[in-house]
Design a protein around this ligand. Sequence first.
Ligand code: ATP
Ligand code: MG
Length: 428
Amino acid sequence: MSLWELVLIFVFCICVAVTIWLYARVRSMVRVGKALDELSRGIRHKKYFFGNSKASRRWAGFIEGLAARLEQLEDQVQKEAYDLKALLENMAEGVAIVDENHVIQEANLAVGRLFGIKEVLIGRSVLEVFRNADLEIILRKAIDSGKRQQCEISVTTDQSQERVVEASVTPIIHPSTREAHARRGAILLFHDITEFKRVENVRREFVTNVSHELRTPLSVFRGYLEILLAQRRVDISELHRILSIMNKHVSRLTSLVDELVDLARLETGRVGLEPLVIKVPELLERIVNDWRLILKESQQEIELICPRELPLLEADPARMEQVMHNLLENASKYSEPHTRITVRAEHRDHVIRITVSDQGMGIPAQDLPYIFDRFYRVDKSRSRDRGGMGLGLSIVKQIIELHGGRIWAESQLEVGTTIYLELPLMPE
Ligand code: ATP
Ligand code: MG
């Protein structure tokens, strides 16, 4: 073989080797490209192999690292989205996100619950879903001005319940360009303030009622004091008359304060019951006997209808006496002489039912649902004439509810009234 032939063979071999090397490089680069393309589409593998060369192994390591990091980031995003969803779904407040056209993009379950809406909310406009002009106005105002807005909405749900919802609308604003992104939409937050409103009303009514109750005796005092101060000599019998009127008003004031303090303590749960095991027939017999004497003065009769044996009851005896005292006082106060009051007790399923019936003037049907409210009097003048302040039954109701029982009334005008109490029996 000549030298030229040898050189040619050598060159040929070198060319083949370079081609093979180049082919291997290109093939591994094609694989790398495919792997990156897959990664961009979210397809990941645990291990990558592009060839045995050092460079291919480095590429494989690099892409494996990239895939692992991507997986980590995806997990993190998913977890954050999940946490956010869980947070939104478990919130008592309703949250909705709307776009610049007021179309709902996202809403949690509380929105439907608060407004009693069962249909799908996403994709519908705020006006269509909530049918509230005020909300629509503040939404537009918030998006246009870039400032948070608030309003109150009253809602009537399916069960005809009145609810007051406070709506606040916060525009979604991009941190860099406030104006441009103010038009991206808004977040709506709905907060149920029904209970808050009710308490506010109760407080307002309470202040009005108490000041009204205080005004009468105070003006009586002032009137008589002025008379006494103006006269140099007062006839002793006249003085006695004035002082006895003032004394009557002082007693009324004292019992008002006592009842208010008692009611406040019962309502805030600050007064603890002191329950004992009591025999209902014995307790009622004692109370009815005491009242038989009291009622002699008003010429009324009282009878007790109660079996000798009744299951034992766990209750606070002093509070139960207070309940019976209030009910019997009403039965007597709102009935004429020569009428009869009947106290009954019976065992029913898991309760003991006690009723107090009278043959008095009765309560009009429209007033019946309110007689257990504080300061509620059917006929203010008739009740005040008889010394009533409208607190007795609300105290009774609080006591019965603290015992886990319930109370209601039935009445017929000019026929009589029956108050029902049911107290749960001790578990066996
Ligand atoms: P207080 O008990 O605080 O001295 P009150 O008797 O007016 O005052 P409640 O006992 O709470 O107040 O009763 C509320 C109202 O319900 C009364 O004012 C009265 O109009 C009506 N009422 C209660 N019991 C009877 C009854 N047995 N018959 C007729 N009306 C009743
Ligand atoms: Mg009363």
